[in-house]
Design a protein around this ligand. Structure first.
Ligand code: UT7
Length: 347
């Protein structure tokens, strides 16, 4: 199908048919961080559940991880062509242009529609809604959606509150036009935002607000800033509300959910949301302990991790829920598909 030919096909559901994750090879453990920051392994494990994270080498950028994950997701789907490439990221290679066109070019997908989604850690769920919309509108038959972030490039390495949480990574899915009742079908959705709290998670410098001011940005302005405690409270409330809204739209109950796959922000947040929903913690997918908070990559990386461990089976019902800067939040349901091939997630 030619890219953005537009609107002629009958509306259909987006069906997940390819999945892969990719993290860089360099591992930073809690002990590594404790050597240069006023922190320790016990504090980090107790407060976040994180044991280690992967970070890029100097010179590596978000698109490098996105290309690796995208290539493997295409192989996993058994196809090498898509009509659109969507990259969800808060750490694009450049302020302008978007990262997706360069990723599409490097994947050998010339001419594909390509754009970024900016919804911070909710980006992957927003991206799923965009991909489902492109498919439902008949604009694309196949979409490659990649969630990719390199927070190590924007977090101040001396900021102990944030340096301990974030890791770098990418996760990708291929979605094709299909039927709402078949395994792999995506939907219903709930998406929301509250920009009145934009200051809770922010990189102040680099955009038009800062550039239109005469003053030079400070060291702090150039780095990622998060008011962790306040964000924590919003995250628990909004994720639980969004999960409930999605189930209600779909006419489902929490007992119908086989696996809850939340944005991997902090193990305590995931468990609080699961408890609030009345969902046994063992049905909550977690891999935050080995990769940290990987932003827009966290849900597809959690999906790839669950698939690799064999904890999800075709036909299982999954509830994905995310929360991030903006503030933004979102959820969607997914029926687990039969995948053509399972790809490795580390180099
Ligand atoms: O992905 C997008 C959404 N992001 C999130 O959902 C993240 C949400 N927030 C969090 O995960 C948590 O708030 C953090 C992990 C960031 C912090 O945990 P916390 O339990 O909220 O700790 P806190 O910020 O209340 O800090 C408690 C104490 C403070 O010391 P005082 O003031 O009590 O003396 C901090 O200075 O812990 C101190 N502290 C640390 N101590 C050792 C903060 N960071 C560290 C550290 N090591 N790395």
């Amino acid at each position: 199908m030619s890219p953005i030919a537009g609107g002629s096909s009958a509306p259909s559901a987006a069906v997940l048919c390819g999945l892969a994750g990719w993290v860089p090879s360099r591992v930073v453990t809690n002990e590594h961080l404790a050597r240069r920051l006023d922190t320790d392994d016990t504090w980090i494990r107790t407060r976040t559940g994180i044991h280690r994270r992967h970070v890029v080498e100097p010179g590596q950028a978000t698109s490098d991880l996105a290309v690796e994950a995208g290539r493997r997701a295409l192989a996993s789907s058994g196809t090498d062509t898509v009509d659109a490439v969507v990259v969800a990221t808060a750490t694009p290679d450049h302020t302008c242009p978007a990262t997706a066109p360069a990723v599409a070019a490097r994947l050998g997908l010339p001419g594909a529609a390509a754009f970024d989604v900016g919804a911070v850690c909710t980006g992957f769920v927003y991206g799923l809604a965009c991909a489902a919309g492109l498919i439902a509108a008949g604009v694309a038959e196949r979409v490659l959606l990649i969630g990719a972030d390199t927070y190590s490039t924007i977090v101040d390495p001396l900021d102990r509150a944030n340096a301990i949480i974030f890791g770098d990574g990418a996760g990708a899915v291929v979605l094709r036009a299909g039927h709402p009742d078949e395994p792999g079908a995506v939907g219903h959705f709930d998406l929301g935002s509250d920009g009145a709290h934009e200051d809770l998670i922010m990189v102040a410098a680099g955009g038009s607000r800062q550039r239109s001011r005469p003053a030079e940005p400070t060291h702090e302005d150039r780095h990622f800033a998060m008011r962790g405690k306040e964000v924590y409270r919003h995250a628990v409330t909004r994720m639980a509300e969004s999960a409930r809204a999605t189930l209600s739209r779909a006419g489902r109950r929490i007992d119908d959910v086989d696996h809850f796959v939340p944005h991997q922000a902090n193990l305590r947040i995931l468990h609080s949301v699961a408890d609030d929903l009345g969902l046994p913690r063992e049905r909550c997918a977690t891999h935050v302990e080995s990769v940290g908070n990987t932003g827009a990559a966290s849900i597809p990386l959690a999906l790839a991790d669950a698939a690799a461990r064999g904890t999800v089976r075709p036909g299982d019902r999954l509830l994905l829920t995310a929360f991030g800067g903006g503030l933004t939040w979102g959820s969607c349901l997914l029926t687990w598909p039969v995948l053509h091939r399972q790809e490795r997630t580390t180099p």
